[in-house]
Design a protein around this ligand. Structure first.
Ligand code: FAD
Length: 318
């Protein structure tokens, strides 16, 4: 089923969903099942699986020069989606990105997903390669998520890259897009970011999932601005429980978000990470309760491969 159909079927009840990341190369799929199994009793209608592009690793040669090698540390997104559908009979939402893909490779990936019966994708530009200063599109690839969305929508109309195809079968993907209540870090301001978000929705984005945030006021302000800009699709908040003291610096650095003073002080006054985890869970529960009251269709949790915190939150809410 499409994600948007799950929202319609829920008739106003807030759904529970979450995102997982593929394990590091060399680990078994069991680590994914171990992360998902404890969350299944809360009946997620769909599970997102992130996509991780290639990275450069530099190996020192005997002559002292550095040899640049390309590797993907977390492959397996499509296989994990197929395994999720097969094992749990819930929908899987693969993330697909522009980075590292030509249009042709994107088309091939979408054909694979369509043949697997996958009905949903989250369409993203993707992050830049870790060692590069900014995002560089693949030659013949897309520069922005909006262009990827247009390609998916074309396939949904039976239009493939080779226009001479006849009687081509249309795909049927529901397209989700990403957004940032505290603005995307490359955007000059929130209004301009929302103007670009509107382009993604006008191109065919059917629902929005947000970056994590810790202050609901920022989410409410963002939703109001989106509605004022004419964005009327469902907006799903992304929630991440803080799990250790390092998150206070790591999450702002990686995701360009603020951590409220009150939460920071509570984390800093903890005696160990066990205490921090409890503070993080309580904060996420109180955030989630307020969001449910606000009427959001779904709460989406970033598990990052660890389900213990998300399970405690779900126990309190669902
Ligand atoms: P876009 O919507 O293309 O926007 C990128 C930037 O360009 C923004 O600053 C925007 O304002 C600007 N912009 C957009 N359109 C235009 C235009 N026409 N002209 C000029 N500027 C423009 N990354 C991964 O690599 N893998 C994942 O699985 C993944 N999952 C994610 C899931 C969620 C819910 C979120 C919120 C993010 C995820 N990311 C993932 C991170 C994401 O790929 C990065 O934040 C990336 O930098 C931006 O992606 P986007 O799709 O939002 O890009």
């Amino acid at each position: 089923m499409k994600v948007t159909e799950h929202f319609e079927k829920a008739k106003g009840k807030t759904l529970f969903s979450f995102e997982i990341i593929p394990p590091l190369k060399g680990q078994s799929i069991q680590s994914i099942f171990n992360a998902i199994d404890p969350l299944m009793e809360f009946k997620p209608p769909f599970i997102d699986v992130t996509y991780h592009r290639e990275e450069y690793v530099f190996k020192k040669l005997p002559n002292g020069l550095l040899d640049r090698q390309t590797t993907r540390k977390r492959p397996g997104t499509v296989g994990i989606c197929a395994a999720i559908i097969n094992r749990y009979q819930v929908d899987a939402v693969p993330h697909i990105i522009c980075g590292g893909f030509t249009r042709e490779e994107t088309e091939n990936a979408l054909i694979d997903l369509s043949f697997l019966g996958i009905k949903n994708v989250l369409a993203l530009r993707g992050d830049s390669i870790k060692t590069e200063p900014g995002f560089v599109p693949e030659p013949g690839g897309h520069s922005y998520a909006v262009d990827l969305i247009k390609q998916i929508v074309s396939m949904n109309q039976g239009v493939y890259l080779h226009e001479d195809l006849q009687n081509s079968s249309a795909s049927n993907f529901c397209v989700g897009v990403a957004a940032y209540p505290e603005k995307h870090f490359e955007s000059p301001n929130l209004s301009q970011d929302i103007a670009y978000l509107k382009q993604k929705i006008d191109a065919g984005g059917e629902y929005i999932v947000t970056q994590m945030f810790f202050n609901n006021k920022k989410f409410f302000n963002f939703v109001e601005k989106c509605r004022a800009a004419g964005i009327n699709v469902p907006i799903i908040p992304g929630i991440k429980p803080i799990a250790n003291r390092e998150h206070l610096t790591l999450l702002p650095r990686l995701f360009h978000i603020d951590i409220p003073e009150e939460l920071t002080e509570a984390v800093l006054s903890c005696k160990d990470d066990k205490d921090v985890r409890q503070v993080g869970i309580e904060w996420a529960i109180s955030q989630s309760k307020e969001l449910i009251d606000y009427g959001i269709p779904c709460l989406h949790y970033y598990t990052m491969g660890r389900s213990v915190g998300t399970r405690k939150i779900a126990e309190a809410l669902f």
